[in-house]
Design a protein around this ligand. Sequence first.
Ligand code: NOJ
Length: 728
Amino acid sequence: MNRSLTSAPWVVALALASLLLLALVPVRAQRQQSQAPRGPWMDQSLLPDQRADLVIAQMTLDEKISLVHGAGGFGESGPRSNGGAGMISGVPRLGLPDVQLADSAVGVRAAAERGRYATLLPSTLAEAATWDLNLAREYGALIGRELRDQQYNATLGGGVDLMREPRNGRNFEYHGEDPILAGKMVAQLIQGLREQKVIADTKHYAFNDQETGRNIGNVKLGRRVMRETDLLAFEIAVTEGQPGMVMCSYNKVNSDWACENSYLLNDVLKKTWGFKGFVLSDWGGTHSAAKAALAGLDNEEPGSRFFGDELKKAVESGVVPMVRLNDMVHRIVRSEFASGIVDDPPKGRVVDPFRGAETAQTIAENASVLLKNANNQLPLRATAVKSIAVIGAHADTSVLSGGGSAQVDPPGGGPSQFGGPPVWFPSSPLKAIRAQAPAAKVEFSDGADPATAASLAKASEVAIVFVNQPTSEGGDLPTLTLPDRQDQLVTAVAAANPRTIVVLETGGPAAMPWIGQVSAAIEIWYPGIRGAEALARILFGGVNPSAKLPVTFAKSDADLPHPKVPGIDLLPPPGAGRGVRGRMPDFNIDYTEGLKVGYKWFDAENKEPLFAFGYGLSYTTFAYSGLRAAMDSVSFTVRNTGRRAGAEIAQVYVGLPPAANEPPKRLVAWEKVSLDPGQSKTVTLRLEPKFLSIFNEQTDDWELPAGAYTFSVGGSSRQTPLSAAVNH
Ligand code: NOJ
């Protein structure tokens, strides 16, 4: 029966018809999809550059112009804005999404305005203090994840201006004073962001090394100095991190605004380093249409003052060639394809605060630098200590965060105001210490009255004093001295109790005139949402500190290259727009220290720092031996000579031949080595030739001068037990 049925002619016809129908289904589905953009540029097997060319060929002039400027900052762009610092309008008919730009230097900014939550990480300066490339990557990945969770597809972060000015209000969102450490760390941070499929950036290109007069200051530096200092950090960030965007800075460099500086943008960034992404201006940092476009600026933010109608006219009249506009658009669209935001746009999810807290705590535990530990006072023994005085403003409730566009909103708090008071995050040192020492009597004094604090300290076995140094974008610190007479508080407490431990929450270095009077000190920076918990684990030995300073701590302002922040005396009085847009006269920022940034200054000038670059203690000790050095690699052995497991950040410095005219030494490599008691490891580190080179202005290239190179290896820039000379 079956046979006869299947062989019947009408059955065959039916089968053929249904086959035809089946064949039509995909056609229909395809048609439906073709209403959504399915141009050849959506072919994921093509390279981002090919896709960019294909889509640009379809664009009108107005569409091109719409891509090279922002659609308004901070929600001005209307209902399509996701609430971030800016937005670049997409081209929906071509399938190009809006680029939602969010400040996110240390966590996603301004989440609270939309009822959202974002993790506050330790400052990036703290991240730099870990010297740990994997943690830097995790740092970026966490921000990338939380950006996408909140439906942002681009970050504004990755700050890597060098710490020429230790009082710079933004040091907390940069990576310290050494170009190689800073560059390597931020490159990993950028990689972490990119892994999460957001457009990553680095900023502020370049030499925005202070906030004082940042909108008018003219930084004057020679090309060799530029290439070997701040620009080396950016070079590593760009070539190793491969960000999709570079933000040019507010200041001038050698008389041209950074955002229309052809040397910085065209010659160095794009031609020499091969940067393929786009340059966007800092907010309001664009000063012209044709000049800026021809100098290499690709996108004006946050609006269209210059890169809207004015640029369009310049293109129509041929002042700015169409090929240049196409290049600008190409760079932007290319970054969109390369980042993955076109093929895999963020879908939005609830941020996972627990995962964020865990990452923040791990980084804080690896970022806190033990500066002093007389008589091995630390770690405290929870079972032995009977009473602890916890002293200092906010130490009962919270930890400090950095202000400005890097400000993250605290859970339970409202949106924070730019330029508003310092924001404290709910991570309670008092509670965290109590949790570690449940049998001890732990009491609190806010330290407002040093005498009250001192009497509590006197009645306690141990005193832990928390001092802080709030900093923010928009202004610099007048001095390294801690504000609010906190030095007096520490002195009073230390006089009352010989077992005084100072905990510093600072944006960068601080002076410590009392260091000789206290028994221990630990720098925790702005430590993030689990800062107190991380600190408590270190205080009680659950974690053995391993971090090293990514900056030099000077004894006082007088020892710095500039005893005062350049231009600070020209500032209008408070209230008149201090620092950012005040009526300050135009002025030059003469960074006369040149190559001698940070430790290079202290070494060259024979000045004793308070704490040297690369310095940091552990609860165990390490010994170095067996150095073998060559121009392309070094190897040596590190041994844990103490009784605890710990990690040592072993550092390799090189002194160039005297004819090179360089500061005495520079960091060229490092490795974080984890060791059990008694264990030793031999480390071999490859050296990158550029890091041993100098920049020759005549040949516009790097060169390795001939002569004797001195290699030194150890646990800080001032403690290098191993050394060897190599002739080149
Ligand atoms: C100005 C800051 O300098 C920059 O870092 C930030 O990304 C923008 N404002 C946007 O908020």
